[in-house]
Design a protein. Structure first.
Length: 706
């Protein structure tokens, strides 16, 4: 076995071997060679299962950023399996003079994974066909009656047939897993008797979190990926390369800090004993350093090549592109990822903000990256809450947020649309709470976002009032319908399809209990009805290509009659005017999408979605559909609508707080049975002679202004 570890500033590195218990050190061997900044040495007769760690010698000079201390056993940053954890409040960890070897995690030497008996192809789902489902491995399966008790909360649970069946019925094409890299619980949480449940506190970028291993070996993770792939579902990992679990500079050294504090972290140039904290988590990894960039790209490729994952969502992604001048979409790490033959082919998604200067970078990541669009979340919630003047914002989000993403080499799918994610209220709480209730987190309700664009509709929290419950259910359906009707890539938070609640906690990162888990064993009739409606929305989106277009829509003609690809209508049945957009009290809007006619068609398909956030019904005149008949296909006020219903007449009253979708099929040409060649020639001449110049669209003017 060849052992190697990076340290630019150490004077000596020792390899320490441990017995099977991990408590007794049985050998300590100096690494004999150094190539560049890599210390390494070959040790014969080492077998898989061997536990080990490192000790680093060098200056303890905080003023220059050096914190070497050979009393502290350090974890290999490239460890592929990790055994044990660290209790950061013990004397062994906090006392500079004490040896911590018995109380700190160890790396385990692993054998190569056995070859797959049957190769399984990646699903490789096109972006315009994607539905992302964000879930936590433990929270999603901990209370699932379809999972055997001994497997709940593990990677193995995600490959259970009942779990996969639920995902497929929802139309999920990709699961986005909250962090699965090995983690450590923060000192504050340990003192409070809590744990870092979400996992945004990584200690090992190559090792699956051992808590979720039913079998204790990393092969379980690959088996989970293979099972999901066999079902046509991709796996995207939420990864945290912006900071590590070592916390603030005075906290215990577990790996990076002890191996080379100045070589891994961003230090304050005015006081190198302190960190630059652009993450809010005490430290920031320095992606400008070549060794850190290599650590990140090696880790990413490992998960793709070893386990077969299909993409990554990068937590606090601007940190990865930060230079001394600020965020740069051409920063070296982002260029390294783009140039890599493995990483350039997987899905890349940014959380496009951090807490550093200029940290909000929505829309500024390189071409091909998806980005979490929080403006979609906030604007959709505010519109359905009934806020004034939100109709224009809703239109912009429905059209794929072209104001943000319409740039060279970009598509509407770069906008990852969501109405709820792990961070904040789940959908059930968006309609049930006016304010956050995070007291259980131990920070006197100071943590978590104060603005959730939520509304309790009359009572804070749970209620037996039938009217309030009915309105809340309809508002859930409204927001889900808006998500599935918008251009872009929809992302659904696990549990939102059944109205899961966190009881008003909008920052459940430390709630490894029923607050943070998804209740699947006590679903009400309302929960099951919402689940069925969500499935209906997902199927409807898959069946209507007008909702998943690969180019931005700007009100351009799609046929000889000047029909526009996108047009906005008022309740009068006429296109929206500048005056209509400027009326803040207006809360009813129609969006009509039109497709280009295909061979043998005189007009393409039409889809009209009407959104009414007003507390009163609104009579709405339906615009013409080029001779086709409108059908009512979806209705959030009538979720059990079984089949499309033909419309009689050209008007329909849109109920209060409702979304109704009308569809019109493409119309075929009325060619004569004989003399078809003459007919086609006449048709062609008529098209040329009668073609009208494209009409100017107020919808286009509005969109361009946005």
């Amino acid at each position: 076995m060849n052992f190697a570890v990076y340290s630019a500033n150490a004077t000596k590195i020792e390899l320490c071997l441990f017995d099977a218990s991990g408590k007794k050190e049985i050998a300590r061997i100096p690494l004999p060679q150094k190539t560049g900044d890599i210390w390494h040495g070959y040790l014969p007769n080492v077998k898989p299962g061997q536990l080990y760690g490192f000790r680093a010698y060098g200056p303890n000079d905080p003023a220059n950023g050096h914190l070497f201390n050979p009393n502290k056993l350090l974890l290999d940053p490239y460890a592929q399996e990790i055994v044990g954890t660290a209790r950061l409040t013990t004397a062994a960890q906090t006392d500079f003079s004490k040896d911590n070897a018995a109380d700190t995690p160890k790396a385990r030497v692993v054998a190569p994974l056995p070859p797959r008996t049957t190769p399984i192809a990646r699903p490789d789902v096109p972006k315009d066909k994607s539905l992302i489902y964000e879930l936590h491995v433990k929270g999603f399966t901990q209370e699932d009656p379809d999972v055997p008790q001994k497997l709940r909360g593990t990677y193995a649970a995600l490959k259970e047939p009942g779990v996969i069946d639920k995902l497929k019925k929802l139309g999920v094409t990709a699961v986005e897993l909250l962090p699965v890299h090995a983690k450590i619980h923060e000192t504050r949480l340990e003192k409070a008797g809590l744990e870092n449940y979400w996992g945004y506190n990584t200690i090992g970028f190559f090792a699956p979190e051992p808590e979720y291993l039913a079998t204790g070996t990393r092969e379980e993770f690959r088996d989970m990926v293979d099972a999901l792939h066999a079902a046509g579902i991709e796996v995207i990992l939420d990864v945290v390369y912006n900071h590590t679990s070592e916390g603030e500079v005075q906290e215990p050294a577990l790996a990076f800090r002890g191996l080379d504090n100045a070589g891994y972290y961003k230090l304050d140039p005015n006081d190198r004993s302190k960190y630059i904290n652009e993450t809010g988590c005490g430290n920031t990894l320095d992606a400008e350093k070549p060794a850190v960039r290599r650590l990140i790209t090696d880790s990413l490729k490992y998960w793709v090549e070893e386990f077969g994952v299909d993409g990554f969502r990068f937590d606090l992604a601007p940190v990865l592109g930060r230079t001394p001048q600020g965020f740069d979409p051409h920063a070296q790490l982002l260029k390294d990822i783009a140039a890599d033959p493995v990483l350039s082919r997987v899905k890349l998604i940014a959380e496009p903000w951090d807490i550093g200067p200029g940290g909000y970078q929505l829309g500024n990541f390189p071409a091909g990256w998806g980005e979490w669009n929080d403006k979609f979340r906030d604007d959709v919630r505010a519109y359905w809450r009934g806020d004034m003047g939100k109709m224009g914002d809703l239109a912009t989000r429905l059209a794929g947020s072209a104001d943000i993403f319409n740039k060279p080499d970009s598509t509407p799918q770069d906008s990852i649309n969501f109405v709820a994610c792990h961070d904040g209220f789940p959908l059930g709480d968006v309609v049930s709470y006016d304010t956050k209730h995070n007291e259980a987190n131990g920070e006197n309700n100071r943590d978590g976002n104060n603005e959730n664009f939520s509304c309790n509709h009359g009572t804070e929290g749970e209620t037996s009032d039938a009217a309030i419950r009915g309105l809340r259910e309809q508002q859930k359906r409204n927001m889900l319908a808006t998500l599935f009707l918008a251009q872009g890539t929809p992302m659904l938070l696990a549990g939102d399809e059944t109205g899961n609640s966190q009881r008003g906690n909008n920052n459940a990162y430390c709630q490894d209990n029923p607050t943070g888990w998804i209740d699947k064993d006590n679903l009400s009739a309302e929960d099951l009805a919402l689940q069925e409606f969500t499935r209906k929305l997902s199927l409807f989106r898959r069946e209507h290509a007008l909702l998943t277009q690969k180019k931005f829509l700007h009100g351009k003609p799609v046929d000889a009659d000047g029909t526009l690809d996108l047009q906005w209508f008022s309740e009068t049945g006429k296109p929206m005017t500048a005056g209509d957009w400027g009326k803040p009290w207006k809360k009813c809007l129609g969006m009509m999408l039109a497709g280009a006619p295909q061979d043998g068609e005189k007009s393409g398909a039409r889809l009209l979605a009407v959104f009414n956030a007003a507390s009163n019904p609104v009579p709405f005149k339906l615009p013409g559909a080029n001779g086709a008949q409108w059908q009512r296909a979806l209705d959030t006020s009538e979720p059990d609508l079984k089949a499309p219903q033909d419309m009689n007449g050209n008007a329909y009253t849109i109920p209060a707080r409702a979304v109704i979708v009308f569809t019109a099929a493409a119309q075929k040409e009325d060619a004569p049975a004989d003399n078809r060649q003459t007919y086609n020639l006449q048709k062609s001449r008529a098209f040329k002679s009668n073609r009208k110049p494209p009409r100017k669209s107020r919808a286009f003017k509005y969109d361009a202004a946005a």
